[in-house]
Design a protein around this ligand. Structure first.
Ligand SMILES: [Zn+2]
Length: 557
């Protein structure tokens, strides 16, 4: 699939207009109204980012005063543009019921073997929580079992559990997929869903484990332990009928150093067992060590909000069909201070994407005639808590997903200047890539696959919930080939951002931000959505894509 896309890019490169990708029926030459393109400019874009990333927004934490202010700002903006309320009840709000769970005090995690024991310090050595909607959950001398990568993938004939009984026990598990020389297994260098930490906890639940402790390794997780430490405060979840009691009692992470100490206590060697886990023959290893920890919760329920606006399509026969643009408005609110700053402004993540959504709303509204199909502007909550707002929309959609042609999601928009390329996370997944390749070609740019596929980014933002339900979803990243910059400069900026500012209070607007590249990207997203809204047919997943069957079943009904 990838080679087809790349060939397409080569064909398109350098051609200003009229480059038609042969196979997919992309409406080539459908000109985007110039008024719409002109409505996207760096000054207005920057002004909106500034408003959203301002200290007065208090880091846009769900269920906080920061949420109230953010929702008021977004609603005001959409209203003043003259866009219709997106909800059928006549409001711009879709309520998202959440439960907020805050661990109290500073619990101690104790590993014991006979008379010997080690105690791990909260925040520094481990981070843990319970998702149970209950006052307390604990591990009481729960037997630790090392389960390698904790993966069951029949298609790769891979089973790390091999029938082990984990009921009441605590699994110690590695993050990411097993690193294999055979790149046809799992995603090669790309992380699959099996590698994601959310999957590891789902496995704990499936095997009725009392606890799940993931060993943190910076290179394998894709981010430093400081990002995990961000989970020491209030965490949210969607309210479920069973109050999350089917989940493991305790979920958490331990540092690599503490994992080594634990394996030493067990009379084992971490590196030896880790190496063994990278093979099919691996079998679970009872460590002969127990874990104890008690976590006491403070609970509250919150009606958080997705903000949603709608531009009605101009074709009476097609206006009940939708193209969705999404971006999460939330960030981490006010939390543990880092270098004296406790406001997690999330300027890049995701004031930039949210401002981008407002710019697209403005652009569509500037069209002399709206597109044939309707456009939905969906600003979702609680992405940072596990994609919760978009999950809620995807299971309780306001407009049927079978009539939703595509989701175009924005999470972090390029702040480093113009690029010659655009990264598409999961490039090759659907025909939306043809639209993107064409629009990029018209800008004299090219598409490229994720330069860091090992981070599993396809599973890490809101478009994934649309994809899971079958709706073709487009998730752009940031180009890495910057105009006038040496090779490698862009990747360096990305790495710097991940290691210093990502999910930290220092994610703030800096004087050197250059939004010209971001504006190019927004115009490209505008072009994709406009053409999909005008197209003769729905975009499809490529044959072989994991979400294609779900979509076909949905459209048949
Ligand atoms: Zn984000």
């Amino acid at each position: 699939m990838r080679s087809r896309v790349i060939r397409l890019i080569l064909l398109c490169a350098g051609l200003a207009v009229g480059c038609r990708p042969a196979p997919s029926g992309t409406p080539a030459g459908v000109a985007v109204p110039p008024e719409a393109l002109a409505a996207i400019d760096t000054a207005s874009f920057m002004a909106r980012i500034r408003a959203l990333a301002d200290d007065s927004m208090l880091g846009r934490g769900p269920g906080s005063l920061g949420e109230d202010r953010t929702v008021a700002y977004l609603t005001g903006q959409l209203q003043s543009l003259g866009l219709a309320p997106g909800n059928t009840d006549g409001t711009y709000i879709q309520k998202v019921p959440l439960v907020g769970i805050t661990p109290q005090d500073q619990p101690v995690l104790r590993f014991a073997k006979g008379a010997r024991a080690i105690s791990l310090k909260w925040h520094d050595d481990f981070v843990a929580w319970t998702k149970h909607v209950a006052d307390q959950a604990k591990l009481d001398r729960s037997d630790l079992v090392f389960v390698g990568y904790g993966i069951e993938a029949p298609e790769f004939k891979w089973d790390d559990f091999k029938g082990v009984d984990l009921a009441g026990k605590t699994m110690v598990v590695l993050v990411n997929d097993p690193p294999l020389a055979d790149t046809t297994q799992f995603g090669g260098r790309a992380m699959t869903y099996y590698g994601r930490w959310t999957y590891k906890y789902e496995q704990g639940m499936k095997h009725k484990a009392a606890g799940v402790l993931i060993v943190h390794e910076t290179d394998r997780a894709g981010y430093p332990f400081s990002v995990v430490q961000g989970k020491t405060g209030e965490q949210f979840d969607l309210v479920t009928p069973d109050k999350n009691m089917s989940r493991s009692d305790i979920e958490g992470w331990i540092t690599l150093d503490q994992a080594r100490a634990l394996f030493t206590l067990a009379g084992q060697n971490f590196d030896t067992l880790k190496a063994r886990a990278a093979a099919r023959e691996f079998t679970p290893v009872p460590l002969g060590v127990t874990a104890s920890v008690t976590i006491t919760n403070k609970l509250r329920t919150v009606d958080s909000r997705n903000v949603v606006a709608r531009l009605e399509g101009s074709d009476p026969a097609l206006k009940d069909e939708y193209v969705v643009y999404s971006a999460h408005w939330d960030h981490f609110g006010v939390g543990l201070p880092v270098k004296g700053d406790s406001i997690y402004n999330g300027a890049y993540d995701n004031a930039s994407g949210t401002a981008g959504l407002l710019m697209l709303a403005r652009a569509f509204k500037a069209m002399p005639t709206p597109p044939k199909r309707s456009i939905l502007f969906l600003s979702v909550t609680a992405e940072e808590q596990g994609l919760l707002g978009s999950q809620y929309y995807s299971v309780a959609p306001i407009y049927p997903l079978a009539k939703t042609l595509a989701d175009i999601n924005m999470d972090e928009i390029n702040k480093w200047g113009p690029t010659k390329d655009l990264t598409v996370i999961g490039l090759g997944a659907s025909e939306l890539d043809d639209y993107a390749a064409q629009a990029a070609g018209e800008q004299g740019r090219t598409l490229r696959p994720d330069p860091e596929p090992e981070k599993g980014s396809y599973y890490r933002s809101d478009h994934f919930n649309f994809a899971k339900q079958g709706v073709p979803a487009f998730n752009p990243g940031v180009g890495v080939d910057f105009v006038g910059r040496p090779t490698g400069w862009g990747l360096q900026r990305l790495e710097e951002y991940t290691s210093t500012d990502y999910h930290n209070p220092s994610d703030e607007i800096r004087p050197d931000w250059d939004m010209r590249g971001g504006v190019d990207d927004l115009k490209l997203f505008l072009t994709i959505g406009y053409r999909v809204a005008q197209a003769d047919k729905f975009p499809e997943w490529r044959p072989g894509n994991e979400f294609r069957a779900t979509r076909e079943a949905m459209l048949k009904r």
